[in-house]
Write a protein that binds this ligand. Structure first.
Ligand code: PLP
Length: 242
């Protein structure tokens, strides 16, 4: 059975090796895995307690619209409940975005290097990943703007950027968003937002009211230490989320 021709060349994802394998192979006692950006402090004991309580309910489907979580996030962010979407990690939100918006042959602009999942999902849809080299490890927003043309559909900004850990400051991001045509979606991936201490770092959620074409991604995998639960979410204009 042949897969679609435009996905055959995609690289096979290489997950970080399990700690036990590395210990055995290299005869080490202590190994800290950095490859997957998991939280070394683990999760809150309150989460472990809550999960144990929920064990009694695993025979029923979960609430597909995540009502309780949406109410809590709407309260925390000031957004409407209709502005949230959830996925199996923010990985799935990235896949949903490309699935819903990208047609074969359309273009999607991203940094080189950045989170590899953007490019693989763009290519799975038969669209073209336009990669713009980082400048000193930071997104080169002017060079990304210069790549916009009639075929451009989505631009990805990973802030902070994985793997360089650099940020795009608020003033630069706003100047960039002001220049992106309204029919081009900008996805701001803030998987690591909560770790940033630099005061020039923008809060993407606050920018949503000013930019209808903006989508912000967040996740419970990183600062909350809940990677195995796979809970990521996207926020955007109600029409986009619908
Ligand atoms: C920049 C970035 N975005 C999104 C994700 C996906 O996280 P998750 O699918 O666990 O929400 C990661 C995971 O490493 C990441 O580094």
């Amino acid at each position: 059975m042949q897969p679609k021709p435009h996905i055959v060349h995609l690289p096979v994802y290489q997950p970080g090796k399990p700690i036990e394998d590395v210990k055995r192979e290299l005869g080490l006692d202590e190994v800290i895995k950095l490859a997957s950006n998991e939280n070394p402090y683990g999760s809150s004991p309150k989460v472990l307690q809550a999960i144990q309580q929920e064990f009694a309910n695993i025979s029923v489907y979960p609430d597909g619209s995540a009502v309780a979580l949406t109410q809590a996030l709407a309260k925390q962010t000031g957004l409407k409940e209709e502005q949230f979407i959830y996925g199996c990690g923010s990985d799935e939100i990235i896949a949903l975005i490309t699935r819903a918006f990208l047609l074969p042959g359309e273009e999607s602009i991203m940094a080189d290097q950045t989170f590899s999942v953007y490019k693989s999902n763009v290519e799975i849809e038969g669209a073209v990943a336009v990669e713009v080299p980082l400048r000193d490890g930071v997104h080169d927003l002017d060079a990304m703007l210069a790549q916009i043309n009639d075929r451009t559909k989505i631009i990805w900004i990973c802030n902070p950027n994985n793997p360089t850990g650099t940020i795009v400051p608020e003033a630069e991001l706003i100047a960039f968003l002001d220049q992106v045509p309204k029919h081009v979606m900008v996805v701001l991936d803030e998987a690591y937002a909560e770790f940033v201490t630099d005061r020039s770092y923008p809060d993407g959620i606050r920018l949503l009211s000013a930019y209808e074409n903006l989508v912000v991604l967040r996740t419970f995998s990183k600062i909350y230490g809940l990677a195995s639960l796979r809970i990521g979410y996207g926020m955007g204009a109600e029409s986009t989320i619908r």
